[in-house]
Write a protein that binds this ligand. Structure first.
Ligand SMILES: [Fe+2]
Length: 240
């Protein structure tokens, strides 16, 4: 599948610009430093002026860390998703929400997939962690138990992960791409726990419920090293 750039409407460009500008503003003191740094590095190919061209974005990513964007029609089977991660390919849809639905999404759109996820694939350590997760997913594609554990790890890191700071620093794409959730994490009632992979693999989640539990990492090094230990524990072949 390819991105059909000529199909985007004037409204789509307007939605992209609105979402991008509002969220970059909102994230300045809330996202982790690496995210903002990566976003800056991608500025020529990822900015508010235009819906990004996936080919151009992939080219810059590839040069830095070897990653690229794989266009998918929507949510895909978890086995295929891990297979793509192991090949340094991150899935993105190409559709964009409407102006009436700026803050409401049933399924991830391009703003979530690209703005939320792609910048951190410029960060070597983060990107390596994601690829290793893919490798383990491929190796254990027939183990329901390991696939569930990996999905929990993915959920509490890549989607909803936070880093420690004077206040929590967001790196999870589910929060980074959402104006509401970015501000929600600072409200009372959210549970902030120290990062613990053993606890994460035993923590169930529900996609349709708002996230209230977060695990705070010290650094992407900690993420990588914790995952390395997990890999040794389950006897996976992922090479570190
Ligand atoms: Fe996501």
């Amino acid at each position: 599948m390819k991105q059909q750039f000529e199909n985007y409407t004037v409204e789509d460009f307007k939605v992209w610009k609105t979402l991008f500008e509002r969220q970059v503003n909102n994230l300045q003191d809330k996202s982790c430093e690496s995210y903002l740094h990566c976003l800056d590095e991608l500025n020529d190919v990822l900015n508010s002026n235009s819906i990004p061209r996936f080919d151009a974005l992939s080219k810059v990513l590839k040069e830095k860390t070897g990653w690229s964007i794989e266009v998918v029609p929507g949510l895909i089977p978890v086995e295929d998703f891990f297979e793509l991660l192991s090949q340094k390919k991150f899935c993105s849809s190409t559709w964009l929400r409407s102006m009436e639905q700026l803050d409401y999404l049933e399924e991830p759109d391009m703003f979530h997939d690209i703005f939320g996820h792609i910048p951190l694939f410029m960060d070597e350590k983060y990107a390596d962690f994601a690829q290793k997760m893919g490798e383990v997913g491929v190796q254990f594609k027939d183990s329901e138990k390991i696939l569930i554990e990996l999905q929990r790890i993915y959920r509490f890191t890549i989607e909803f992960g936070l880093l420690k700071g004077s206040q929590p620093q967001i790196y999870g794409a589910g929060v980074i791409s959402s104006f509401g959730e970015t501000n929600f994490i600072y409200e009372e009632g959210t549970e902030m726990l120290p990062f613990d992979l053993n606890e994460i693999i035993n923590t169930d989640f529900c996609n349709s419920e708002i996230q209230t539990k977060y695990f705070l990492l010290n650094s992407f090094d900690e993420l990588y090293e914790s995952f390395e230990k997990y890999v040794m524990k389950v006897g996976a072949l992922a090479s570190f």
